[in-house]
Design a protein around this ligand. Sequence first.
Ligand code: HEM
Length: 322
Amino acid sequence: MRTCGFSLLLALAFLALHHGVCHGGQLKKIFYLKSCPRAETIVRNITWSRVAANPALPAKLLRLQYHDCFVRGCDASVLLDSTNGTSAEKDAIPNRSLEGFDVIDEIKAKLEVECPLTVSCADILALAARDAVSFQFGRAMWGVLSGRRDGRVSLASEALDNLPSPASDFNTLKQQFADNGLNIPDLVALSGAHTIGVAHCVVFTRRLFNFTGNNDSDPSLDPGYAATLKAQCSSPRNTVAMDCNSSSSFDSHYFVALSQNQGLFTSDATLLTDKHAANFARFYQKFNVFLAQFGHSMKKMGAIAVLTNNEGEIRKNCRAVN
Ligand code: HEM
């Protein structure tokens, strides 16, 4: 019976991997082969040495790429600083906890010496996020196509409008991902990024202390886990591990925790409320299955509304338009 169920899920995963909106057709494998042959090696070397010194970095860079791609596509708009009179994406409330900008700056500076005005900040971000997560494994965990160009616009209001809230219900998430060409298996697998990193208590504190306005906790949260989180969240500024006991390892433990009602945000827990999504969440408890879908979904996410060919520009400095 168990084997039957597993085969069905395998078939479902196969379908999920091979069915989905395609975009970013202009991106290429080893795009910089001729124009900057050492580009990918430089990105990897700097990223790996920074991760070796700071194990929290993979989560920062992975989240940075997601926040870039969901707002105006993967055009490095999240890296631009605010200018006189314009508040940029990075200053929108959900982005104020982003980190890792300095790593992108270091890589960009080195690449500007190696091959000036050639490698886009958007590509650097996509490669560095992949490499940071891959450090733990010593090899690239998914393929990254390149050839993205950098945008010239970054607006805080667009980040607020387009980034899903951690309080979102399933249908809202499904719609926001669909708006970006991402389907339910993508939504579930990409949520698995919460297998690494930390969250500030303020983000989910309502689930612990005041769910319906009666000093109660969200009943969909495991009571023991809720008690642990309450103790950790004595101040809203505290941070907690997103994947309890396993948040520095990129693995499939997020889905095990989810199945035990230990998803940290409403947006995590809600994945179990849809039959289709819950099936994928169960399936991704197997690391190899999760990894195959995660790599596929990252490729799709990394291709959202990309600028290519003569669109946009190759920034000299990732924090400012040329
Ligand atoms: C499904 C919708 C999602 C929502 C509502 C969401 C929301 C959040 C929130 C509120 C935080 C905590 C930030 C903080 O308190 O500092 C967080 C952290 C994080 N998110 Fe998501 N997220 C979503 C999807 C994703 C995706 C698709 C990725 C990447 C592919 C991702 C990667 C991360 C990572 C790695 C962290 C930890 C960051 C750190 O350690 O600083 N998230 N997310």
